[in-house]
Design a protein around this ligand. Structure first.
Ligand code: EPU
Length: 427
């Protein structure tokens, strides 16, 4: 069990450097199964979700060398057709990418159904629809997804997604990379990490075009060769530090970001009264006066990301007037609101909408990190609050934020980590 203890009330000042994108890394690592050679991947975030995926790949026979905290060399040439360890796979949502990667590499896959944060039902029917469209038969049996290519292998094909799904878009792209024919994904998701996975595969020899638009075309190739790739900066980690600077107050330079990826978040924080200045690869966030109310509706990229919903809620909890958040991606993602209320926030949740009446001050108390981004919101709230905040189950936060404690300490925050018992947990 991991706890964070925060003494709040100190403005954040200084520079923070953003790590590589979690949701790109957790797709690129399984995708290395397709590569006949060694991949050297830079800017890999050293977070528990990534460490878990590396353990899964290693247990399958991948040879992995960590050249530095954020550079990994991985060679999957000797990976056997064996299944990945169920116990590990069930701990992490992104293990669903092993289905596309095994199917592409071996023509068949058997993977335990993935776990992940609990935001209500998280089906994988669109992944299945895509695999079937490219020539596989897929069954879900006793907690496993089993996929098998038809006699002549994967043929490629056309799939129109019924919902815009990040996971399905990437998984189909991975599955189709080594197929015989051409695959077209319509109504594809457009998140920056989708472009990053396509760029990684293309740099190893794939032929993928259109990533970042809603139609992606994958011309199957015979093989991928090894090479080097650098993962993009994490949009949500950057947004979290920006929201922290706004909620707590202060003057923070968030560096190693792609400002274009931050447009919707920057615009919302400006609307709320922050000064946000963009540079080539950095964003400067300043907040002096009172924050203004705002409305947010979460949407697929380039809309406001659902993964920034809890963090912006803390800004709203401290803004003047009544703000609203409408969640349109997940059934339930407001579990953290009860924890914020315990700190003095005034939030009413009805179905997929939260109505937040701003208060002058939050107060430290013991709260619980319900999931990764909810935990990040608790950290921001604790930094903004008066007194001491203790965040329990903080291991959730370490699934997705590299060196959060030292990065915040570097901005002047008083935050420490206490390990009470047990081992590393991944969600
Ligand atoms: N959906 C379906 N069927 C499917 C797939 C998705 O109905 O086959 C629905 C989902 O239930 C949801 C919506 O489509 O309502 C969007 O889900 P999506 O597939 O885009 O999400 P995901 O792939 O499961 C990834 C990120 C999440 C992030 C979402 C949305 C990874 C490993 N996870 O999840 O990241 O919230 O996209 O952007 O990439 C996080 O980092 O904290 C996190 C939860």
């Amino acid at each position: 069990m991991t706890k964070y203890v925060i003494e709040g009330g100190t403005p954040l000042n200084g520079t923070v450097t953003i790590s590589g994108a979690k949701n790109a890394a957790v797709a690129i690592l399984p995708a290395t199964l397709l590569v006949n050679g060694t991949c050297r991947i830079e800017n890999v975030p050293n977070i528990s979700d990534v460490r878990l995926l590396l353990r899964i790949l290693e247990s399958m026979g991948a040879e992995i060398r960590r050249l530095s905290p954020n550079t990994i060399e991985i060679c999957c040439r000797n990976v056997r057709e064996s299944e990945a360890s169920d116990a590990l796979v069930r701990k992490i949502r992104a293990s669903y990418y092993l289905i596309g990667a095994q199917l592409g590499r071996f023509g068949h896959a058997k993977v335990a159904l993935p776990g992940g944060c609990n935001f209500g039902p998280r089906p994988i029917d669109q992944h299945v629809k895509g695999f079937e469209a490219i020539g596989a038969e897929v069954e879900q049996l006793e907690g496993y997804v089993c996929a098998r290519a038809g006699e002549g292998g994967l043929t490629g094909g056309r799939v129109n997604l019924d919902v815009v799904s990040v996971g399905a878009t990437i998984n189909i792209m991975i599955g189709a990379t080594l197929a015989e024919g051409t695959t077209v994904i319509e109504n594809a998701a457009k998140e920056p990490h989708i472009v990053d996975v396509a760029n990684f595969l293309n740099s190893m020899g794939a032929k993928i075009s259109g990533a970042g638009t809603d139609v992606i075309k994958i011309r199957g190739v015979k093989a991928l060769r090894g090479g080097m790739y650098t993962i993009i900066p994490d949009q949500i980690e950057a947004g979290t530090y920006m929201a922290a600077a706004v909620a707590v107050g202060g003057d923070v330079l968030v560096q190693n970001v792609i400002p274009k990826h931050m447009d919707t978040i920057s615009a919302k924080l400006r609307e709320m009264g922050a000064k946000v200045t963009e540079y080539d690869d950095a964003i400067h966030v300043q907040r002096a006066g009172m924050l203004r109310r705002a409305n947010v509706k979460t949407l697929p990229y380039p809309g406001f990301p659902t993964d920034m919903q809890p963090q912006i809620a803390v800004c709203m909890a401290l803004a003047s007037g009544v703000s609203t958040i409408r969640e349109s991606i997940y059934e339930t993602r407001f579990g953290y609101c009860a924890e914020l209320d315990r700190m003095g926030a005034m939030i009413k949740v009805e179905s997929k909408m939260a109505t937040i009446t701003g208060v002058d001050q939050l107060h430290g108390c013991t709260v619980h990190a319900c999931d990764l981004r909810a935990g990040a919101a608790m950290v921001i709230a604790g930094l903004a609050a008066d007194g001491t905040t203790v965040i329990e189950e903080a291991e959730f936060i370490e699934r997705g934020y590299e060196d959060l404690i030292s990065k915040l300490q570097g901005l002047g925050a008083s935050i420490k980590r206490i390990e009470t018992s047990g081992s590393e947990k991944a969600g």
